[in-house]
Design a protein. Structure first.
Length: 321
């Protein structure tokens, strides 16, 4: 089969190579999946660089999120078991963690209704307890992670403020349903949020960016607000001033979605049922901005790494749909 292989760490478009390799053999408790669509996530780029918390042995195939087909013809979504990732014609996954693909979504959309949306659901509902009528601020609102949080926030009845970088991304954020869109390149984020909220600030912040975005969040968080930290796409990990959290009465909540796989996997199944129902009712629909053939995966991963994409890019092998 064809698969992208990473033999050394570096920039994705430099270290990913499309090669002919043996079809992987599942281990105990694993199953072989024909890849119908694989979505590109920022961790794929970090793994290529050797900067992710999970460092698979070299060589490995990136691709942490797929819609696949079982040998008996079932359509499922899964996180492939590295080193046999999703940017290939076949991948391997742990059988216990495979979930049914929602019938209301196509392959690329179904693959995207996993890490980003599960992270959003756990972050907004399990960790932050977002309630209808509250105000949610989403950083990188037009990206793959942010766009999921925007849709989930709207579905929960929140007023959503989206922060983006650039006019094109601002247009995407509006289409996603943001009530207020802030272009951080052209507007003062802190002043605009305060104006939009009448000086009160926001109840929940969803931050996959870190760095300056986190600092801005602490300036606009409301009394008893919650900042959910889900990643550091900026490359800068902030050091929070806990005295500031004390003085303003806000919470800083970390979210590592992958821990639920081992700590409380039943919650992942419950979350998937909630997301599937929301998708069937039209409450959420993953934004797949581009579908590329398997041969285009390395260039697409590099674009995600460079932060120039919106929504999700799906890699669709010729055997996919």
């Amino acid at each position: 089969m064809q698969a992208w292989q990473v033999h050394e760490n570096g920039e994705p478009n430099e270290v990913m190579r499309l090669e002919e390799v043996d079809r992987p053999t599942p281990g105990d408790g694993q199953i072989l999946l024909k890849v119908r669509a694989a979505n590109i996530n920022f961790p794929d780029a970090l793994m290529c660089r050797g900067q992710y918390q999970v460092r698979p042995p070299l060589p490995f195939t990136p691709g942490v999120e797929i819609c696949g087909e079982t040998e008996d013809g079932r359509r499922v979504i899964a996180n492939p078991a590295l080193p046999y990732g999703g940017f290939a014609e076949y991948a391997v996954a742990d059988a216990a963690a495979v979930l049914p693909a929602p019938g209301s979504l196509d392959d690329a959309e179904a693959a995207a209704l996993h890490i980003g949306y599960q992270t959003g659901w756990f972050g907004l509902h399990r960790r932050a307890g977002l309630e209808a009528g509250e105000t949610l601020l989403v950083h990188a609102a037009a990206g793959g992670v942010g766009s999921a949080a925007v849709q989930l926030g709207k579905a929960a009845g929140a007023t959503v403020i989206g922060v983006v970088g650039g006019a094109d991304k601002a247009a995407v954020a509006r289409e996603l349903g943001c009530d207020v869109v802030i272009d951080r390149r052209a507007q003062d984020v802190i002043a605009t949020v305060k104006e939009a909220t009448g000086g009160r600030g926001v109840d929940v912040v969803y931050d996959p960016v870190g760095g300056e975005a986190y600092t801005q969040s602490t300036k606009v968080i409301a009394f008893e607000g919650r900042i959910v930290v889900v990643g550091f796409a900026s490359g800068s990990v902030p050091s929070p001033g806990l005295n500031h959290a004390l003085v303003k009465n806000y919470s800083i909540l970390g979210l590592h979605w992958g821990l639920y796989n081992t700590k409380n996997p039943k919650l992942i199944q419950h979350c998937h049922e909630q997301l599937t129902d929301l998708a069937a009712r039209g409450g959420i629909k993953p934004l797949v901005s581009e579908r590329v053939p398997l041969s285009g995966a390395a260039a697409a991963v590099q674009r995600v790494a460079d932060g120039v994409t919106t929504g999700r890019i799906a890699v669709v092998p010729e055997n996919g749909a």
